[in-house]
Design a protein around this ligand. Structure first.
Ligand SMILES: [Zn+2]
Ligand SMILES: [Zn+2]
Length: 252
C-alpha cells in the first residue's frame, strides 16, 4: 500500500497567541517541500481551528495562508504536487457547532474536524460537558454510556451541519460510539482518519468497523516538515486490520 497524499499537516500558524514555532515547527513552504521530496501528489495544510486557546490559527492569518498556498501551487502544481488549504476545526458545542464561519469556509479547499481540549466552548455549560465531564467519563467511567452517546451525537450533528470531509483521530481524546459515528459518516461521505501520530483509529477500532463501508484517510498529522508523509504507524495498523485497502481514499 502506498499513500499518495498527506491530508493533515500543521505549520507555525498553529500557534494561537503564542510565538510561532512553539507548537508546530515548520513553515508552509517547508512542509510543501518535504511533501515534494517524498514524492507525494497532495498535501493539505490543516491548522488547528481558531477557537483553540493555545494552538488555534489566528483568523487574520487565514488569508495569508490562502495566499501562500496559491503562490506555492503556481510553482509546484506543474511538478505534480497539489497543495490544499484545510483546517482542523474543533467541536465546540453539543449541538455540533464547530469553530468555522462562512468566511472561513469560503477560503478552504477541505474541512477536517476533531476534538481538542483547550478550545473555547460555545458556552460555559458546553465547556463543562465537553472538556470536564467527558474526561471523568473516559477516565473513571462516570455516566460513561450517556456521555459517550452525547458526544457521539454532537459529532453526528456536526457532519450534518458542515461540509466536513475527514474526522481526525476519532477516539483519541474523547470516547466515542465509533459504530454509530461510522454509520453516519458513511451516509454523509465523511472519512475517518487513521492518524499516524496519535494511533487512532486503533487496530481494534478498525476491526470493529469492518462491516461498515465508511472510508478512511491515513495521515501523518505532522507538526514539523520532517514528519510530513510519515504514515508508517497508520499503514502498519491498517494492514494488520485486514480491511480492504481500497477503503483508504489517499492510498493506491
Ligand atoms: Zn488533532
Ligand atoms: Zn492535527
Amino acid at each position: 500500500m502506498k499513500i499518495t497524499g498527506d491530508f493533515h499537516t500543521h505549520t507555525i500558524y498553529s500557534c494561537g497567541y503564542l510565538l510561532k514555532g512553539l507548537h508546530a515547527k515548520s513553515t508552509i513552504e517547508e512542509n510543501v517541500k518535504s511533501a515534494f521530496d517524498k514524492g507525494l501528489k497532495t498535501i493539505v495544510i490543516s491548522e488547528h481551528g481558531a477557537s483553540h486557546y493555545l494552538y488555534g490559527v489566528r483568523k487574520k492569518n487565514l488569508i495569508k495562508i490562502r495566499n501562500e498556498i496559491d503562490r506555492l501551487n503556481e510553482i509546484y502544481s506543474e511538478k505534480g504536487l497539489f497543495i490544499m488549504m484545510g483546517l482542523e476545526s474543533n467541536l465546540i458545542g453539543l449541538d455540533g457547532q464547530i469553530d468555522v464561519d462562512d468566511d472561513i469556509l469560503k477560503m478552504l479547499d477541505i474541512l477536517l474536524m476533531g476534538f481538542h481540549y483547550g478550545s473555547t466552548p460555545k458556552s460555559f455549560k458546553e465547556g463543562i460537558d465537553l472538556y470536564f465531564i467527558s474526561q471523568l467519563s473516559r477516565k473513571h467511567g462516570y455516566r460513561e454510556d450517556e456521555i459517550t452517546e452525547a458526544i457521539t451525537e454532537s459529532y453526528v450533528r456536526a457532519i450534518k451541519k458542515y461540509p466536513i470531509k475527514i474526522i481526525t483521530h476519532p477516539g483519541a481524546k474523547v470516547k466515542l460510539n465509533l459504530l454509530k459515528l461510522a454509520k453516519e459518516a458513511e451516509k454523509k461521505d465523511v472519512a475517518l482518519e487513521v492518524n499516524s501520530r496519535h494511533g487512532n483509529l486503533s487496530l481494534d477500532d478498525l476491526k470493529m468497523l469492518k462491516d461498515i463501508n465508511v472510508k478512511f484517510y491515513i495521515n501523518s498529522d505532522a507538526h514539523k516538515a520532517s514528519e510530513v508523509g510519515n504514515f508508517k504507524k497508520g499503514i502498519e495498523t491498517f494492514l494488520l486490520s485486514g480491511l480492504d485497502i481500497n477503503r483508504v481514499i489517499n492510498a493506491i
